[in-house]
Design a protein around this ligand. Sequence first.
Ligand SMILES: *Cc1c(COP(=O)(O)O)cnc(C)c1O
Length: 429
Amino acid sequence: MNNKHTIDIEFDRKHIWHPYTSMIDPLPVYPAARTFENKIELETGETLIDGMASWWSAVHGYGHPEIIAAIKNQADTMSHVMFGGLTHQPAVELCKLLVELTPAPLNRVFLADGGSVSVEVAIKMAIQYWLSKGKKNKTQIMTAKKGYHGDTFAAMSVCDPVNSMHAMYQGFLPEQVFVDAPRSEFYGSQSQDELNALETAFAAHHEKVAAFIIEPIVQNAGGMNFYHPEYLKALRALCDKYEVLLIVDEIATGFGRTGKMFACEHADIAPDIMCVGKALTGGNMTLAATLTTEEVALGISQGEAKVLMHGPTFMGNPLACAAAVASLTILKRQETMANIERVTSALNALKRCLNLSAVVDVRVLGAIGVVEVERVVNVAKIQKFFIQQGVWIRPFGKLIYIMPPYITSNEDIETLIDAIYAAIEGEHF
Ligand SMILES: *Cc1c(COP(=O)(O)O)cnc(C)c1O
């Protein structure tokens, strides 16, 4: 234990932005000193059981020896080299794995440096594809409300208009076509009316629409909405019928999180374009990718521009690719998928929160558990309580949710659930 503060929290408070925080009245930040397995050790001595996997990313926990070895090894040889005119083993190996693991038609890979960038690239691909086909009017993107696709401008333009405060950027943000958020629940049945309304929107807008983008099965930051696989199936069929490309944003759901390698497998569909990120490197380095089909890739290159107009400086960063290769290698093992099933079973104990009057709903899918409460949670207050309980959970809105690393033991999941139960029961929110 180390009680000496070396992290200058006062400087941090005054000078450093954290995600979505005020510079006038920032939420408290806790000093993290070390991470290991499924634990976060604070500089103040507490060791916390991590319920967030650092926003969906640390699927194998922290400091996995195989991933750390891969990064160290790669650092000894080549940390980075430009991807323009050069290639390297970690990138090639990673892209082979991505082509192997994703649905069959996806076999062309663009390596991006973060999730939002991969969404920008997906949107560019779609617009450029139709341009090449001579369809110059297809410049809009269609999407469902309550979505989240990142914070850069094109990505933000397809996020939920209310949550991402579109009004603030009016005049600058491209205007997209929104349909209602999917509302038939994952474990319920699919409403035909909902699908009819979706088709009406396609019929009305398709001539101007290049692609429909959606988070498959789980709309995460927009409300942890688990929707019915039939919706996604219907969406695939409508995209085909109306000549619209389907982009699935698997940045949060990919790599086993929903109980399948990719969430679109719940609906047994393949998209035209897929974005992956977050868990790609097992939460060790920033890296994302946009995959597409031969049809779209060749289509783009047949166009006037001939090339896809994107190329980040750190494209295909060898350190990140090496981490991703190691992470995907672990993910492919039978024991990892078995672990996810075990975590699902353990998370089902969250259902006992339904006894509490403040709880509106409890839902579990794959390694995601969500407790929805009746009012917006006071994050600073509940987080203080959670830290006293030895857990790291960061709610948003009315949602207290966990998506722990797949290696989390049943005992640790029980501790996370106990803490959530106690927080709600004791009104610590
Ligand atoms: C996190 C996320 C993004 C953005 O990824 P960044 O790496 O934060 O830019 C996009 N889409 C979804 C579904 C996400 O969960």
